[in-house]
Design a protein around this ligand. Structure first.
Ligand SMILES: [Zn+2]
Length: 241
């Protein structure tokens, strides 16, 4: 008996060690993906835009041209919040599976106001991936009335949400959907996902629509897309505003 329970316990310990190892490896891999993502948009000096930089010991960068030191995240969406990498990873994993601001705040041990701002930055970075959506991102950033009229169409097998800029901003919100067709899974998913959409406030409404478009088209994990969007530079039109 003793032998059996010892065997069972050893088996259990082994399984836990394996699981712990897998989780740790997952975190390291995710962290390195975050770091690697910076490389796809090479770091440049936020003051003079020079790309000739020195690496500092703490991971920061120094521009010999204008003698300015800065973090690699400076000027990028992700640089708007000083969160540890593991907190970012927790937030992005939670966002990926569709958790709301309150659940994300609890999971990442952040205050609700902080998590609200981080969530907004994630949504802004996603919307900014599409140049057509820059007017929405600009309005959100400027605190101006956000476009409220949108139309949905099918484009190369994907759902595409466009902004109707000729319609007045503000209320009432308007979303024109193509008629349902039985064989269109992506459009069906989109129709389901926008059911509670009208209840959101105007800024969230616009940004959430873009998020839903991306989710419906990906129909799978969006972690890589989130990392890509967040490590991009805030568009110059916004940085200058
Ligand atoms: Zn510089």
């Amino acid at each position: 008996m003793l032998h059996d329970s010892t065997q069972a316990r050893l088996g259990w310990l082994g399984a836990m060690a394996q699981l712990g190892g897998a989780l740790k490896a997952g975190e390291e891999e995710a962290a390195s993906r975050l770091t690697a993502a910076y490389a796809s948009a090479p770091t440049r000096c936020p003051r003079c835009a020079s790309g000739r930089l020195y690496k500092l010991g703490d991971g920061g960068r120094r521009c010999p041209g204008c003698k300015y030191s800065f973090r690699e995240a400076a000027g990028r969406w992700i640089g708007r919040h000083r969160l540890p990498v593991r907190t970012w990873l927790a937030v992005l994993r939670g966002f990926d599976v569709g958790l709301g601001v309150q659940e994300l705040a609890e999971m990442a041990s952040l205050s609700m106001p902080t998590m609200g701002r981080v969530h907004r930055t994630i949504q802004l970075s996603l919307a900014a991936l599409d140049p057509e959506w820059l007017p929405v991102v600009l309005a959100c950033e400027a605190g101006a009335p956000v476009p409220a009229a949108f139309f949905v169409r099918r484009e190369n097998g994907a759902v595409k949400v466009s902004v109707n800029l000729s319609a007045p901003a503000g209320e009432p919100a308007r979303l024109d959907l193509p008629p349902p067709s039985a064989d269109d899974a992506a459009l069906r998913r989109f129709r389901l996902s926008v059911r509670r959409w009208r209840g959101l406030v105007s800024e969230r409404r616009a940004l959430t629509l873009k998020e839903l478009e991306l989710r419906v088209n990906l129909h799978g994990p969006m972690f890589d897309l989130l990392v890509d969007a967040l490590t991009r530079y805030v568009p110059a039109e916004l940085a200058a505003a």
